[in-house]
Design a protein around this ligand. Structure first.
Ligand code: T1G
Length: 658
């Protein structure tokens, strides 16, 4: 018998399947809980309550998502009735069973809707989670009060405090969902409604918070707060969860007030900026409708630290990988390095044995260029020397197919010069990975002068499959990230000459939200490569430009960084310590330039560094190297530790009165 179709709102429709009302939310692209969806759900509940022929309701989403959460685009506008907490309360208080058929992502408000239901069925591919803290807020429709009632306080602190998603299997173990149904979530939900009909519904809000030992709570809190880097939302989420044992109405009121307060915070505005920026980044206007080429096999030339990381990222994404190195021994070493990283994923439980075996089976290594002939894309990650790269591209140009793509991973060399070494420069682009390449999300996709549009589109598609964050950049020394980093480093060294000290600058940056100060990062990376580059550039340096010699003096004194036991800091027993010898070197350099030093507040220090980053960003925009301000923000957040909850240097500049 054809199910009777009912329209509850523009985005919510129903089907009466026998004696059960199936409510389908259809609000592409992610079934966000817009005001029309909320109104539709209320209309469906009213319909079920008033129809004796209906035993209960199933709530599900159309497409691949259950409900992707509240509509973030509605933030910043006054809430419109019916607000989500009221809709969820109606679901929970329903006299008739309400069952969530979680067909895909149930995130934020979407998971809160599911928690308001009396029972939850999910497909094994469904992901569930409370990502609100990643937007600088806390769940605002009962998540902090209902989740601990279902899974306990420690697990609730972990999930809501981290914002991480969990697959259906883990959610089932936690007790977040009641059943995994792969043969059809709606079908399983219909059975559940009929089984629950006439019985006392299990209302999450009425459950008691399971007793918890304080040690587990403290452990969960410590882990979350250690990563919060001064952000307010994780701490507030923890406070609300810990207090969940109080009467539900009281907890919900506190949660709602906290959510509304945080939603208006500068942190939340910054994180919303980042959220939408990430989705804008891969939109390149003249690529609209340009199909990427098919890439199944990726060649990686150079299996050192970077090359092996790229190989692991490619194997993890399902690509076949052919690794090339200069001779059989180097190739074998590269293979061991790659398998070692895969083994780490296996030991950490990120992959299982079957996935490890499948990935290993897709890897081959060689010392013969000709073995790269089947590759659809070859990425070079050899020593960052122009002659070496040009020679390699000349050789590869002769062995790979004319439609195959060549990518250079160079950080500082000019990819146009490398492309010119080939007979087909239109098939060359840059793919600038950040080390470790199998971990860092950021990938600068370098559009060379001659890069063909579909080659660029292919670079973006591969980046997405590698689960990277691709940012398109034009050709300039250092592309976007290292250009801004150089400006930031220059300004920091100007500050040293003007009177600040390394540890004062680092403390100001860490207090602002950077995980590690600039000079500490410098020591960790080592000072030698930058020193060698400065010496190479010395002859062509513009004498009228301010040049700070402090770093050169340190390197000449053998202070090459943490590995050398001393750099900008001393490292007695490996512990970073301010070193009066460095202070003395800085004092000498100031005197040598006749500079009278002055002290700087942390605010002044951060202000000057942010201004230097923003100024360089504006230059990159004017020169067409960066396509939009938000791309620059994403590069600095994902490649250089800029705190996401500040939004990035260009976002901060728009918030700072000029
Ligand atoms: N609101 C508005 N637009 C959204 C959205 C949302 N929640 N989620 C995604 N979009 C847009 C996105 O900008 C893009 O737009 C398009 O949908 C496809 O997104 C009450 C207060 C669901 C896993 O944080 O994690 O609920 O670029 O490319 O890869 O307590 O979207 O096409 O114009 O990411 O398939 C909490 C955020 C909100 C989830 C799907 N929820 N979204 O991934 O598509 S706060 C979230 C995602 C909340 C409650 C609180 C992902 C996805 P455009 P996409 P995808």
């Amino acid at each position: 018998m054809e199910a009777a179709a009912i329209r509850f709102s523009d985005t919510v429709r129903g089907e009466v399947q026998g004696d059960v009302l199936v409510v389908i939310i259809e609000n592409p692209p992610v079934n966000a809980l817009s005001v029309d969806v909320r109104a539709g759900l209320v209309a469906a509940l009213d319909r079920a309550a008033g129809d004796a022929g209906i035993l209960g309701l199933v709530i599900t989403g159309a497409g691949k998502t259950f409900i992707g959460g509240a509509d973030i685009r509605e933030f910043g506008q006054p809430p419109v009735e019916p607000i989500l907490p009221a809709v969820i309360e109606r679901l929970e208080d329903s006299e008739k069973p309400t069952v969530a058929a979680i067909n895909g992502a149930a995130l934020g408000g979407g998971l809160e809707v599911a928690l308001g239901c009396h029972y939850r069925v999910a497909s094994s591919a469904a992901q569930t989670g409370f990502p609100e803290v990643k937007l600088g807020i806390v769940p605002g429709a009962g998540g902090t009060q209902r989740l601990p009632r279902l899974i306990g306080i420690p697990a609730a602190i972990d999930l809501i405090g981290s914002g991480r998603s969990v697959k259906a299997k883990e959610a089932h173990v936690l007790g977040l969902i009641d059943e995994i149904a792969d043969a059809g979530t709606v079908e399983a939900a219909l059975v559940a409604v009929r089984r629950l009909a006439g019985r006392d519904p299990r209302r999450t809000g009425q459950l008691a918070v399971p007793a918890t030992d304080s040690a587990a709570v403290e452990k969960a809190k410590t882990r979350i707060l250690a990563k919060a880097r001064g952000q307010e939302a994780p701490a507030e989420a923890i406070r609300l969860i810990e207090a969940a044992a109080r009467p539900l109405a009281e907890g919900l009121a506190d949660e709602r007030a906290t959510f509304l307060k945080l939603r208006e915070s500068s942190e939340a505005a910054a994180l919303r900026h980042v959220f939408f920026a990430e989705r804008q980044a891969s939109k390149v206007e003249d690529l609209e409708g340009v199909p990427p080429r098919l890439v199944e096999t990726i060649g990686i030339a150079g299996l050192g630290l970077m090359g092996s990381g790229i190989a692991v990222a490619a194997l993890s994404a399902g690509y076949r990988v052919v690794g090339l190195d200069r001779d059989d021994e180097a190739a074998a070493r590269g293979r061991e390095r790659i398998l070692g990283l895969l083994q780490k994923n296996l030991s950490a439980g990120r992959i299982d044995q079957a996935m490890f075996d499948a990935q290993e089976s897709r890897l081959s290594v060689t010392a013969a260029d000709a073995d790269l002939a089947p590759c659809d894309l070859v990425i070079e990650a050899v020593f960052d020397d122009l002659d070496v790269k040009i020679d390699l591209f000349r050789r590869l140009d002769r062995v790979i197919r004319p439609d195959a793509i060549l990518a250079t991973n160079t950080s500082y060399l000019n990819p146009d010069e490398i492309a010119a070494a080939t007979a087909h420069p239109e098939r060359v682009l840059g793919l600038h990975f950040f080390s470790p390449a199998h971990v860092m999300r950021l990938l600068e996709v370098v559009r060379c002068a001659r890069t063909a549009p579909d080659v660029l589109a292919t670079g973006l598609a591969v980046a997405k499959k590698l689960r990277k964050l691709p940012i398109v950049t034009g050709v300039t020394e250092g592309f976007i990230g290292n250009s801004i980093f150089s400006a930031y480093r220059r300004e920091a060294e100007f500050l040293l000459e003007d009177g600040a000290l390394p540890h004062e600058i680092d403390a100001a940056l860490e207090d602002y939200g950077f995980p590690m100060g600039l000079f500490a990062v410098y020591d960790m990376a080592g000072l030698e490569i930058a020193w060698a580059r400065r010496k190479r550039q010395a002859a062509k340096r513009d004498p009228s430009e301010r040049y700070v010699e402090i770093a050169d003096r340190l390197c000449e004194a053998g202070r090459l960084g943490q590995k050398a036991g001393r750099g900008w800091y001393a490292y007695p027993e490996g512990k970073r310590q301010v070193d009066p010898v460095v202070t003395e070197i800085i004092v000498q350099c100031r005197a040598g330039k006749g500079i009278t030093p002055r002290s700087f507040t942390a605010t002044e220090i951060v202000g000057r560094l942010l201004a230097a980053m923003a100024a360089e960003g504006r230059k990159l925009l004017e020169d067409g190297i960066a396509a939009r301000e938000s791309d620059i923000d994403l590069v600095m957040i994902n490649g250089y530790g800029f705190p996401a909850h500040k939004g990035g240097p260009m976002f901060v500049a728009t918030q700072t009165p000029r």
